[in-house]
Design a protein around this ligand. Structure first.
Ligand SMILES: [Zn+2]
Length: 102
């Protein structure tokens, strides 16, 4: 497996930053950034920035959702929330009810 990927951002090569400039004088280009592959499934192994990730997701959102559609809500069983009397802020203590985990 290669140690880098080309950023998958559809507009990565159009962003005006000096680190993207490549080529010889008189024939310069803006090039897609290389991204270090961290050998995991995190987005930052495939995109150089949150902006490039967002650009990709916004273009391909329907294809992405089709991979794992959410047709029903999900729920996490919790105990009754308790007001945190130790906190200055209006915080609530919310704990997962492990006895009701499916
Ligand atoms: Zn990028």
């Amino acid at each position: 497996m290669s140690d880098f990927n080309w950023c998958h951002g559809p507009n990565c090569h159009k962003k005006h930053t000096i680190d993207r400039v490549r080529g010889v004088k008189g024939s310069k280009v803006l090039r897609t950034r290389k991204v270090k592959h961290h050998h995991n499934n995190h987005w930052y192994s495939y995109f150089c920035s949150q902006g490039c990730y967002d650009d990709f997701a916004n273009i391909h959102i329907h294809d992405l959702l089709a991979i794992a559609p959410r047709t029903e809500c999900q729920e996490t069983p919790i105990n009754d929330p308790e007001k945190d009397t130790q906190s200055y802020w209006n915080n609530w203590i919310i704990k997962v009810d492990e006895t009701r985990q499916s």
